[in-house]
Design a protein around this ligand. Structure first.
Ligand SMILES: Cc1[nH+]cc(COP(=O)(O)O)c(CN[C@@H](CCC(=O)O)C(=O)O)c1O
Length: 305
């Protein structure tokens, strides 16, 4: 990722991609206290536009507040930094990574006189789990790793260190021939994927876990609103893994994953074993909105030009 042409926004300046470096004694590198966002810009009718920019920036600031990290720039400055990162790199579509970290001003857990730094990088990043899986659906397995306890890791913050749990779960799933992991919470109920929120469909009703241990996903929020606009009932409830086994459809949502159908969990085929009709309808609606093809929700798109 480090050796490429381009520019990265770093503490208020656009710097050469290869020069956007930090010292090996950077505090966040050692202790993992940092917060980040995953945001997407899409080619749209009205030009390249960032999807739900303000919602992502709000969450970034909320994550920093939860971690008690002072923010040295305003929300408006970070919104503009994301627009600039896409625009200055001449990207037609992009995955955008704002990240807030403590620098090398000190070491140790006391975190005295540390300075908060912010970078915003943007690059081309296609379908998170492959174009073919957007239709075919993915194969997942229940993880042996439990999702964070809500009083151990602050799960409403998108914090750097929380993703060791995600990486361990995803690596385990891949080692067992699966595409993704499904993590249960500390009480054994379905929580979310390593980097996605979870939905299932049963008898025409959409179900998604109560947030508790899961990240308050912006795509989750978007799909819930779109589903209700289409007349579907959406219930947030405690879901058990065996309810997923006998579901009619299941899918993940996330900025990177977008709307990814799930065809199998723990060697049990879900419904038809490929993308279901409700999943397809919501996936199509989602892609129409992010590409500016839908009259609805144009306010969710922020042009970068
Ligand atoms: C744990 C987790 N849960 C749910 C979501 C969905 O949230 P939202 O993007 O607001 O709908 C994400 C985003 N995962 C990001 C990180 C992916 C990565 O590989 O890094 C993302 O999708 O950008 C998570 O990391």
């Amino acid at each position: 990722m480090s050796d490429r042409d381009g520019l990265i926004w770093f503490d208020g300046e656009m710097v050469d991609w290869r020069e956007a470096k930090t010292h090996v004694l950077t505090h966040t590198l050692h202790y993992g206290m940092g917060v980040f966002e995953g945001v997407r810009a899409y080619e749209a009718e009205q030009g390249t536009s960032i999807f739900r920019l303000e919602a992502h920036t709000d969450r970034l600031f909320n994550s920093a507040k939860i971690m008690n990290m002072p923010m040295p720039f305003s929300k408006e400055e970070i919104n503009e930094a994301q627009r600039a990162a896409v625009r200055e790199n001449n990207l037609k579509s992009a995955y955008i990574r704002p990240m807030v970290f403590y620098g090398s001003e000190g070491m140790g857990l006391r975190a005295d006189n540390l300075k908060t730094h912010i970078i915003v990088a943007a690059w081309e990043w296609g379908a998170y789990m492959g174009e073919e899986n957007l239709q075919r659906g993915i194969k997942i397995a229940t993880s042996s790793f439990t999702r964070h306890h809500v009083n151990v890791t602050m799960t409403k913050a998108k914090s750097n260190g929380a993703y060791m749990n995600s990486m361990l779960a995803l690596q385990e799933a891949i080692s067992h021939g699966c595409d993704e992991a499904l993590l249960l919470d500390t009480e054994g109920y379905v929580s979310e994927g390593s980097g996605e929120n979870f939905f299932m469909v049963k008898d025409g009703v959409l179900y998604t876990p109560e947030l508790t241990a899961a990240l308050d996903g912006i795509t989750r929020k978007t799909i819930i609103q779109m589903a209700k606009e289409e007349g579907f009932e959406v219930r947030e409830k405690r879901i058990t893994r065996d309810e997923v086994y006998i579901a009619d459809e299941a899918f993940f949502t996330g900025t990177a994953a977008e709307v990814t159908p799930i065809r199998e969990l723990d060697n049990r085929q879900i419904g038809s074993g490929s993308r279901g009709p409700v999943t397809e309808l919501l996936q199509t609606k989602y892609f129409d909105v992010v590409h500016g093809r839908s009259a609805k929700h144009m306010d969710w798109l922020t042009p970068v030009a």
